[in-house]
Write a protein that binds this ligand. Structure first.
Ligand code: MEV
Length: 307
């Protein structure tokens, strides 16, 4: 019996936005819950150009893990019943790389979406997560999966490693303000450094982070924004005790708080990258953005997290 040849790959594209970890980074790698949200102000787009020959990846961003993305693309092709190769992936992204805003997760999701679209296949959501996670494991070594979950979320979600994320309904909207210290950092190294911290320091810090996570979830559900801000401050103290804050990140958190933020903390792996602060309204968010820039942030974003 002759087997019909697969139809040619299509010109296609896929995209995904960035993410912010509200609370729970590092502890989430070790099984604690985290709260995270999509950051729609930034995104990655991947275009598929069907061309003969081995897979090629083109990007003008430094520090992109093209090997990990190639694994994602090949796994997606296999999942769609296709042979390896036969396409070029062109990546365009305005997500600052190595800043803790989900650049690698968003790019991996965009690759899966683009390649599946080129094969004219609609993948189920769990397959999308599973395939994008291949890139995260390649990039971060011990990724919890929270970054992929947050990039794919509609709003704030609670995430526990190995489980589907659960939406966290907000009683009232809140503004997220992100400030980038401009110092790139490496998630793999930061995760390894935290994992290597001695006990009881590490366990105590994770306990405090878990407490901050519960406090923030309750505060968001009840619309208690002062308590939400306090939860961020508490988490920042615990992350500092794990050695992943820096003088620049501490200065940005202080500047945000002095400008009236409800609370502020580093976000992502730390050792550089970004801080996230909360504000109750847009005018407050603008004041915090201005203060962050004056304190040295190279880029800032403000986004309303909706209920
Ligand atoms: C990185 O955005 C968050 C970390 O907790 C690592 C992970 O969960 O994979 C530091």
């Amino acid at each position: 019996m002759s087997v019909a040849a697969a139809p040619p790959l299509l010109h296609a594209q896929g995209a995904a936005c960035g993410k912010v970890i509200l609370v729970g980074e590092h502890a989430v790698v070790h099984g604690c819950p985290a709260l995270a949200a999509p950051l729609r102000a930034v995104n990655a787009t991947v275009r598929v150009l069907p061309v003969a020959g081995p897979l090629q990846i083109e990007t003008d961003q430094a520090g992109v893990d093209t090997q990990g993305l190639a694994q994602v693309a090949h796994a997606t092709l296999a999942r769609c019943g296709r042979e390896a190769g036969g396409l070029t992936l062109r990546i365009q992204s305005n997500i600052p790389p190595q800043a803790g805003l989900g650049s690698s997760a968003a790019t991996a999701i965009a690759v899966v979406r683009a390649v599946a679209a080129a094969c004219d296949i609609a993948l189920p959501p769990d397959a999308l997560v599973e395939l994008a996670d291949i890139g995260e494991q390649a990039a971060h070594g011990r990724a919890s999966g929270v970054d992929v979950a947050a990039c794919l979320a509609e709003g704030a979600v609670r995430f526990v490693r190995g489980e589907p994320s659960v939406p966290v309904p907000l009683k009232s909207p809140v503004w997220l303000i992100v400030g980038d210290s401009g110092t790139p950092r490496n998630t793999r190294n930061a995760v390894a450094a935290v994992s290597g911290q001695p006990d009881p320091l590490r366990t105590r810090a994770f306990d405090v982070i878990a407490e901050a996570t519960s406090q923030l979830e309750l505060a968001l559900r009840e619309g208690n924004l002062d308590s939400a801000g306090a939860a961020l401050n508490l988490a920042h103290t615990a992350l500092s005790s794990l050695g992943v804050s820096t003088p620049a990140l501490n200065a940005l958190c202080q500047a945000a708080t002095h400008a009236g933020a409800l609370g502020a903390k580093l976000t992502g792996a730390g050792c550089g990258g970004c801080v996230v602060a909360l504000s109750a309204d847009e005018a407050g968010a603008q004041r915090v953005q201005t203060a962050l820039r004056k304190a040295g942030a190279v880029t800032t974003f403000a986004e309303r997290l909706t209920p």
